[in-house]
Design a protein around this ligand. Structure first.
Ligand code: ATP
Ligand code: MG
Length: 763
């Protein structure tokens, strides 16, 4: 190694270096995918500390997801070292605002110990608000109301603003519900995600002293993925940057894909107008992808009318062709993907499954892919499915912890009051809440004073009181015990441990998840006693879907096109390339060009994740959300370049122009024949493709199952079928059944209400 080498400036091209070494004043980097924007931001942080003597504690770096923040921390660790890293503020907008409100909350009427409600909690509050304001869920979907409120909050509006200029009946109702919704949140000493941004802005609006304090604290602010900032984030940055305007933003207008969440691409396009002294840097070299991949991405996105033309180049000329694969249906599509992954592995193309990402437009599409991958024994990791934090036992334990921290949290109380069962039902809870309101005390306090609730029987009063005593004990224990010990204490004293460990396998698994949460809590014991619980709860509340993703595991990543932004993989499969799926049906039905353009940008994001290979697949027919549709291939496929694209069809390869009039019947017959052959093979006890783990598990536990290969069973809607195999899972059984006409399905025995068939098959 060259002794003179400079780890901060050497790995940069001249334009990147110019951006990194820019001194004071606003800086804009507007550049395409994979051009090193995130790298510039990271290196700039290191440069500011080392060469411009900016204290690490005076730097704020904001990224889009916790995952991106984590990646940035890892890179900074190498560049600036642990000590400096600990002083930096690197996080998401929401994380930063939460931290700000822990200090300044009281300025806007928020107690410092506030809870952050996740989506499920928010929805529960919203529905209560709707019930109390007589907004019928039959007329107004809670989802619609919630999105009106959320958008308005992100535009820094209040219920009165919405009521003053409603666009329709929905807005009028939403304004009324919103007011009550906010009141309920405050009664519970809680905020929702949007409040974090809104209230942070309000702090600065309200208090010049607070504003000056935070402006002084941060001398330099850096923001990644600026194209996806919304109004509240924009305003927040304006406040923080103040007169110094040491604000460096990076982004790509072609990757703006969150307008449905209030993101406004004008924030980046108007940056030069808002900050007239801005230094503007453009980056044109892409370091991620082959020329083929860049050409494909560009050839799609250039169909957008509303965009600034820019084109990337790479010195990775050529590369593998883009592959378009046609499938018969969604499971066939998944099979094509799985086979291709196996082929790449056999031929040493992909280093392992971890190099592969499978993208889809909506989460629901993952199910078919998961089923097939499991059958193939391909390890996968799903981002955004039922996450660890959504599991019942994890939410219960967290609710207990929340209640320990915040005795006003009635929604946490609702979750655990009768878990484990204490004979405290909804009526008792309602009476408790009413009493707390009447006496203006927290629900936590009301518990121990339950004898004053005369509307409920003595037995319930006693149960409330003893529950209250347990909570009080835990609360005082919380002041002395390290967080993991507090969790031990909590599961023991509340009886939750005994309740979970009921001797079943499922109970054991649930208990293991609680232990996993405890392991997580270990990370916080280095903090001062009083900060452990709050920091733990805060970070968990802010974990977003994308953070489930762990790079270390050798597994393919299954992820939505939205969540994959900013990441990169050697091999990318984009599935469901059909009209109505991608572009999404909502965008098509809206009739708005702007919505289609956003879908097209999403397609650009997807393709540009690929380093070496990109596949786009579509199915001729697809069952999704309970409907089966035959959609034409996506318009985005038609927009691919005519060169460098290989059309592959397990069914048939056609010229793209004639995709519309394929010989449907012939293809269908062939496919059905093959499917039948597969089915026969399985019924003969030879599950051809089902190798690896799946097979091993099956042989190991066969004797414990209720159903066996060859058994005839009856399913409520699929009718009669024959069991191919059955595997014990938790305390249930995963049964693979072949149904004549309907194919082979994997079912959970009790959930699917499988019964033994009395009559013989094939009447
Ligand atoms: P996106 O728009 O997708 O967020 P980006 O512009 O942020 O992309 P980066 O993720 O920073 O791009 O960089 C893309 C890849 O190129 C990364 O693997 C990065 O390490 C590499 N890279 C960036 N700049 C250089 C450079 N000057 N020399 C070599 N590799 C580079
Ligand atoms: Mg980036």
């Amino acid at each position: 190694m060259d002794v003179m080498s400079d780890p901060i400036l050497d790995p940069l091209n001249p334009e990147q270096r110019a951006a990194v070494t820019h001194g004071d004043g606003p800086l804009l980097i507007l550049a395409g995918a994979g051009s090193g924007k995130t790298r510039v931001l990271t290196h700039r942080v290191a440069y500011l500390i080392r060469d411009l003597a900016v204290p690490a504690s005076a730097i704020l770096a904001v990224t889009f997801t916790n995952k991106a923040a984590k990646e940035m921390r890892e890179r900074l660790d190498r560049l600036v070292g642990k000590e400096r890293l600990a002083e930096l503020t690197v996080g998401t907008f929401h994380g930063f605002c939460a931290r700000l409100l822990r200090r300044e909350g009281p300025l806007v009427g928020i107690d410092r110990s506030f809870a952050i409600y996740d989506e499920a909690d928010q929805r529960a509050v919203l529905r209560q608000a709707m019930a109390e304001t007589n907004a019928s869920e039959k007329v107004f979907a809670p989802g619609a109301i919630s999105s009106v409120i959320s958008s308005a909050k992100n535009e820094l509006k209040g219920p009165a603003d919405l009521a003053a200029s409603p666009k329709g009946q929905l807005d009028r109702i939403a304004a009324i519900v919103w007011k009550r919704y906010d009141e309920l949140l405050r009664d519970n000493n809680a905020v929702d995600f949007d409040d974090l941004l809104l209230l942070a802005c309000r702090v600065f609006e309200t208090s010049d002293r607070a504003l000056e304090k935070w402006q002084d604290r941060y001398q330099h602010i850096l923001v990644d993925e600026y194209q996806d900032t919304n109004r509240a984030q924009y305003v927040l940055l304006r406040y923080l940057a103040g007169f110094k305007q040491n604000l460096a933003v990076v982004g790509d207008d072609d990757q703006s894909v969150f307008s449905w969440r209030g993101a406004d691409v004008r924030n980046i396009l108007d940056f030069e107008r808002d900050y007239p002294n801005a230094k503007v840097v453009k980056l044109e070299q892409n370091y991620r992808s082959t020329q083929r991949i860049l050409d494909a991405a560009h050839s799609v996105v250039r169909n957008n009318a509303a965009r600034k033309e820019k084109k990337l180049w790479t010195d990775r000329q050529g590369g593998s062709d883009i592959v378009v694969m046609q499938a018969y249906d969604e499971s066939h599509e998944a099979e094509l993907v799985a086979r291709e992954i196996e082929r790449l592995q056999r031929e040493g193309e992909a280093h392992g499954t971890r190099d592969v990402a499978v993208l889809y437009r909506t989460n629901a599409q993952s199910r078919a892919i998961e089923d097939t991958f499991r059958a193939f024994g391909l390890a996968y990791q799903i981002v955004g499915g039922v996450s660890f934090y959504q599991r019942r036992e994890v939410k219960d334990t967290l609710a207990y912890l929340r209640l320990i921290r915040n005795p006003q949290d009635a929604f946490a109380l609702a979750r655990v009051l009768n878990t484990p069962p204490r004979g405290l039902g909804d009526k008792t809870r309602a009476a408790l809440l009413a009493a707390a309101r009447e006496h203006e005390i927290s629900v936590g306090e009301a518990l121990e004073k339950a004898e004053m609730i005369t509307t409920i029987p003595r037995r319930q009063q006693d149960a409330l009181i003893s529950f209250g005593k347990v909570m009080t004990r835990l609360r005082s224990a919380g002041g002395q015990l390290a967080l993991p010990r507090l969790i031990d204490e909590l599961v023991a004293l509340t009886g939750y441990q005994t309740y979970l460990k009921d001797g079943t396998e499922e109970g054991e698994e649930r208990w293991a998840n609680v232990q996993e949460l405890r392991t997580l809590a270990e990370d916080y014991i280095a903090l001062p006693q009083e900060e452990q619980l709050p920091s733990f709860l805060e970070e968990i509340a802010l974990v977003s879907d994308v953070d489930e993703y762990q790079e270390a595991k050798p597994a393919a990543t299954l992820i939505t096109m939205h969540a994959v932004k900013g990441l990169e993989f050697p091999v990318v499969f984009m599935t469901g390339m059909e009209e109505g799926v991608f572009p999404h049906i909502r965008a098509i039905d809206s009739g708005k060009e702007s919505e289609l353009e956003e879908e097209r940008r999403l397609c650009y994001v997807g393709i540009t994740r690929a380093k070496d290979r990109a596949y786009l697949t579509y199915a001729r027919r697809r069952s999704l959300f309970g409907h089966t549709n035959m959609n034409p291939p996506s318009r985005f496929l038609m927009e691919l370049p005519s060169e460098g694209v290989e059309l592959r069809g397990d069914i048939e390869t056609e010229e793209r122009d004639s995709w519309a009039d394929l010989d449907w019947e012939r293809d269908r017959t062939r496919y059905e024949e093959r499917k039948q052959a597969r089915r026969d093979a399985m019924l003969a006890g030879l599950p051809a493709a089902w190798t690896g783990r799946a097979t091993k598990q099956r042989t190991a536990v066969d004797h414990e199952t209720r159903f066996r290969a060859g058994d005839r069973v009856l399913h409520p809607s699929l009718g009669e079928g024959m069991v191919v195999s059955s595997v014990a899972r938790d305390d249930d059984e995963e049964v693979t059944v072949a149904f004549p006409d309907k194919g082979v399905k994997k079912l959970m025995a009790s959930f699917a209400k499988l019964a033994r068939a009395e009559s013989p098959l094939g009447r």
